[in-house]
Design a protein around this ligand. Sequence first.
Ligand SMILES: [Zn+2]
Length: 879
Amino acid sequence: MMTANEIRDSYKKYFESKGHAIVPSAPMVVKDDPTLMFTNAGMNQWKDIILGTRDPEPRRRADSQKCLRVSGKHNDLEEVGHDTYHHTMFEMLGNWSFGDYFKEGAIDMAWEYLVDVLKINPADLYVTVFEGDEKEGLVRDDEAAGYWMKHVPADHIINGNKHDNFWEMGDTGPCGPCSEIHLDSRTSEEKARTPGRELVNKDNPQVIEIWNIVFMQYERKADGHLEPLSMNVIDTGMGFERLVRAIQGKNSNYDTDIFQPIIKEICRLSGKEYGKEEETDVAMRVIADHLRAVAFSIADGQLPSNAKAGYVIRRILRRAVRYAYTFLDQKEAFMFKLLPVLIREMGSSYPELPGQRELIGRVIKEEEDSFLRTLDKGISMLTDAVDALKAEGKTVLDGSKAFRLFDTYGFPLDLTELICREAGIEVDENRFNVEMEAQKARARNAAQVENGDWNTVGDFDINEEQKFVGYDFSEYNCHITRYRMVKQKKNTFYELVLDNTPFYGEMGGQVGEQGVLVSESETVAIIDSKRENGQTVHIVKELPKNMEAEFMACVDIDKRDASAANHTATHLLDYALKQVLGDHVEQKGSYVSPDTLRFDFAHFEKVSDEQLREVERIVNSMIREDIHQQEHRDTPIEEAKKLGAIALFGEKYGDKVRVIQFGPSVEFCGGMHATSTGRIGMLKILSEASVAAGIRRIEAATGKNWEERCYVMEDTIKDIKALFNNAKDLHTAIEKFISENADLKKQVESFKAQQVERLKTALVEKGHHATDGTTVINTVISMDAAAAKDLVFKIREAVPEKLICVIGAESQGKPSLNIMLSDDIVATGLNAGKLVREAAKLIQGGGGGQPHFAQAGGKNADGLHEACNKVLELIKQAQ
Ligand SMILES: [Zn+2]
């Protein structure tokens, strides 16, 4: 039986033998497409070729693409694991032809691969063809059917409708009919009972679609009509997990050797068995599936976080932790221990996994640890709530409480319900759902962006290709080719596409450029620019009055130069960090604007001050050398690697790349750069800190920005010096000041102690000595609360018996009321704590204490006399 790895390899080998370039999977995490967070189909990475904005060479390609889906009919995250064939992450085998072979070649190769290489019995295969659609004016795809006739009998060819057999990229753009290949893997008795053709596309788990071949041959125009596509495209997709299940003759994807090694390791570590109980089986499937999704995302540079793609990854990981916690009894981090098995199984096909073994393990473990702490906190809060309900004799937990647990602590409803059920308590689920809906609505309103339709200008085509000239020019003649309106919250602005543009749109951490569009009659400010489908989109607040005019697009040069210098500085920083810390330092993100730069990189401990200094010295000496930029544009990727450029994990590279070199610093980069390193002026690291497990962040200032900071620092030091009478040696002067201050403090303390001592003697002497021998002290003095406390304790030492002492003290407008009673007085039933609470009302305050001593603070110092008298009055009443 072929293993999963053998099946994947056989696919690549077969298509390589048919002249296809075998390309690496694009990253699963999409970085530069605002409409897509994760690659969800094999064709995502070829969108620009299909749309005609990128060179199609080589025209035959094949790969196995990692994909992630967390929403959709069968990929709702909460469903994954409950059945045996849906996943978050999956692999898609695909072969493409961009204007090379078409229907016949695609059909012949698919057939040959399945029947001759994988040895599938042809009698078990069924194919579908598009039956045509009258409304579209399309006839049946007889051409495809004709080619299929070479391989299968007519009763194995099934007509399919527009819904199943006509593929479209979007509302407009490339589209065409498709053919699916279905595999019937039922037993021969079942096949004899019902012919396979009756079960195609009928949701029978044993008769499944394994391959979809799309014949892109039309282009849908904005008005809905179809035109022939300028270049025919073949786009095929074969779900790897279900193919392996079919070839290995299993009933469940999780029974194939894609998942079994992971599941066996889960069994070994948890001491549980797979296939015994539904609950534990679901948990194991969830963990096995989610481990893949999380590990591959981290390998592609997407760390768990609170926003966007990072949040999706966090949710996936937490779901797995929750299942491990609840059903496999794993109360400590567990998933990271499965990583070695995943790497052993998939590492040879996906080198990004072993390449980042340590980082992935650390990130998963840290996420697990922190979520488990959250779970613990949530459980103890929930236990308190359950105890309180029980004490009140109630049996239903308020749903909004359950929602708060979910919202603040990520504490899932099913776990809340489980814990409550054990205590015989129900959760008001309706209330929970109401709160959940309300929150979703809030989130929707906050994120609302409305995009209008693209409008063409003049006789430009909607797909008009844009020429980016920014590497060579900062001003260029241009026309607006299309525009649309965008509404975000209450703001309205417009996006413009130009035929030629020098503007570098936001990409790869470098912010978008600003500038102006100038025509003979008007000037329009471009407030930002970004990238969409490989093109720069220019953002303006108002549309030009004459859209069809000829414009000059002018980039704000000062900002461009400052950004470019900062971008170059990140390259030098990257180089220097590798020199000082080692080759494991890999860029994990950056942010470059005219004012600032930020650089994130993989490293597992704090970078020491000396190391940071060394990095700065290397960078600054490269800046002083004024190394000139060497740009290698449109360089074949293999040649670029020879230059020493290191490809980053999680980045997508074309066949031709741009390499930016400054002496020994060589990087793949599409960004704007300084013409020479001297333009940076100087680099100073401002901070170094951890942003996530295994990821450090450096923030730095360069050139003018650093110069400004120097002035601020200089002024601060000047001011301080002036405070110290322009002392020559500021350090010694400050030290002297500190020690003098400490001495003075000591003296003040000792004066205070003496004052307390003197007051004690005076008060005891002057106190009222009643006939029964009780000493009663009642006075108001100027003193802070701490000293007053000290004083009353000293008085008690001097008069250990028959003492009633009430002292009102005031310092800087703050009153305190102090009561001290000797133990024999307390024994008569008096309580200083109770007395102070009652009397403190007169100073608008409160306090408390023990039976023998109590203190209260307040706001109204004028009430002190009255308060003291009140205490004595209360005592009299009690006696
Ligand atoms: Zn760069």
